[in-house]
Design a protein around this ligand. Structure first.
Ligand code: ATP
Length: 430
């Protein structure tokens, strides 16, 4: 199991402005969390890294950003209206509700017995249109994949991609989870980063294997410890209704080994279902062979909140430095919410502050995630930056005024080196 307790992570996130309970001043809203100033930077970095690796750096990928609200017919065709449900049980005594597959025979709250298991659809229903009665019922999307499938033809007609190719999307999804829990692990409003990778039917296994490799490449890049990740081959009968093969990538969370990401072979289920329900031909013409067929699809699905939680758990470190225990986040530079912090040694010396502002301005232009800190002694400032995972701190002192050198301090080792400002820019830009 990952070492730090959830209490430590939750408390650090609240204290330092990463993640707060949703609607907190009103007593919260179960299954919702708000990202604070540092959390939103971290989250944006995680998404940007994913988008860069899987869309921008490749030639076979196309991004979309589809509407969250979709015509309800899409969710009927995809099988979600009928089948996107979890088994629900209610305690006869205290009336609390649980997911049947997450509890034993008795109510964990009061020991009462449960009534019969019934199926609970997890989609949030909503009304589109201003007039009561004639408004159309639809759903907040429970996964981003739907917005990809309905745009398959648009992307093919406008981009003319050759198979194999993928369509990627990052966005919000909503699930009315029976029992949201474990901080941001199981929430009702979540973000997904999903790819539908379209292939020739005979090639699906090769691409499934390739995407398995890509998942690990992302885990390394984002900073999730591989030793804490395990593959689970999801057996027949337990897979989603559309899947013929699924691997869950599970992570050793402090509350157990649980799904982090999924990789599914969805066959031609979705395109065929949407073609049948919409009456629009969603087949693909292979220009070389002149064959027309419905592509099959491999779907790697990454949850953003679970990524953030797993990488915080992977990064959280306690050690001893200068005879004191310290807490720091060993975040990869790509995702760290602050890349570098700039300190004037003393805040009441105008010439120092002026010089430090100059360095800060240059760095801020080069790396917008640069922070200014002149509060308290240098040791305290280092600790504060360590705790939010800032890889480097730069201090401007009296020597800087003489020779244009600064002190660069490394988060992980605590080592300090003296170097000219020119070299500093070179080092931080690399
Ligand atoms: P679980 O079995 O944990 O409910 P799932 O199998 O329903 O998850 P998928 O439908 O495969 O999940 O969703 C794809 C990804 O979206 C998951 O791997 C996870 O990262 C993320 N995800 C799904 N549901 C939630 C949720 N309620 N809160 C946070 N992330 C979620």
């Amino acid at each position: 199991m990952a070492e730090p307790s959830m209490e430590k992570i939750v408390s650090l996130c609240k204290r330092r402005g990463f993640i707060y309970p949703g609607s907190e001043i009103y007593g919260g809203l179960s299954g919702t969390w708000d990202f604070g100033p540092l959390g939103v930077e971290l989250k944006n970095n995680v998404k940007a890294l994913w988008w860069r690796m899987f869309v921008q750096e490749r030639e076979d990928m196309h991004g979309v950003d589809a509407a969250i609200l979709m015509n309800a017919k899409a969710w009927e065709a995809s099988g979600h209206v009928e089948g996107f449900q979890d088994p629900l049980v209610e305690c006869k005594k205290c009336k609390r509700r649980f997911r049947a597959d997450q509890v034993e025979k008795e109510c964990p709250e009061c020991g009462g017995s449960f009534g019969a298991v019934r199926q609970f659809n997890m989609m949030f229903k909503t009304e589109v249109g201003a007039t009561d009665g004639v408004a159309a019922t639809t759903y907040l999307r429970p996964e981003t994949a739907g917005g990809i499938f309905v745009n398959f033809k648009n992307v093919v007609d406008s981009q003319h991609p050759k198979l194999p190719f993928g369509i990627a999307q990052i966005g919000k999804a909503f699930r009315n989870e029976i029992a949201p829990r474990d901080f941001i692990f199981r929430v009702r409003e979540l973000e997904q980063m999903e790819i539908e990778y379209f292939v020739k039917p005979a090639d699906w296994q090769t691409h499934f294997e390739a995407w398995k490799g890509e998942v690990y490449r992302y885990l390394d890049a984002v900073g999730i410890s591989r030793e804490l990740v395990h593959e689970l081959e999801v057996p027949d009968g337990e897979r989603a209704h559309y899947s013929e093969r699924t691997i869950d990538f599970e992570f050793d969370f402090p509350f157990g080994r649980k799904e982090l990401y999924g990789l599914a072979y969805r066959t031609d289920f979705d395109l065929k279902a949407h073609a049948a329900a919409s009456g629009v031909d969603l087949s693909y013409l292979d220009e070389e062979t002149k064959e027309r067929f419905v592509p099959h699809v491999i779907e790697p699905s990454f949850g953003l909140e679970r990524t953030v939680l797993a990488l915080l758990l992977s990064a959280y470190t306690e050690d001893e430095m200068g005879g004191e225990t310290r807490t720091y986040l060993k975040l990869n530079r790509a995702v760290a919410p602050v890349k570098v912090a700039v300190f004037p040694l003393l805040k009441n010396k105008p010439e120092l502050v002026k010089k430090a502002r100059e360095v800060y301005t240059i760095l801020k232009k080069m790396m917008p995630q640069t922070m200014w800190d002149d509060n308290g002694n240098i040791g305290k400032r280092y600790r504060r930056q360590d705790e939010i995972g800032t890889p480097y701190c730069v201090t401007i002192d009296f020597d800087t005024l003489q020779d244009d050198t600064v002190t660069l301090r490394d988060r992980d080792t605590g080592k300090q080196e003296r170097l000219p400002i020119g070299k500093l820019l070179e080092k931080l830009a690399s």
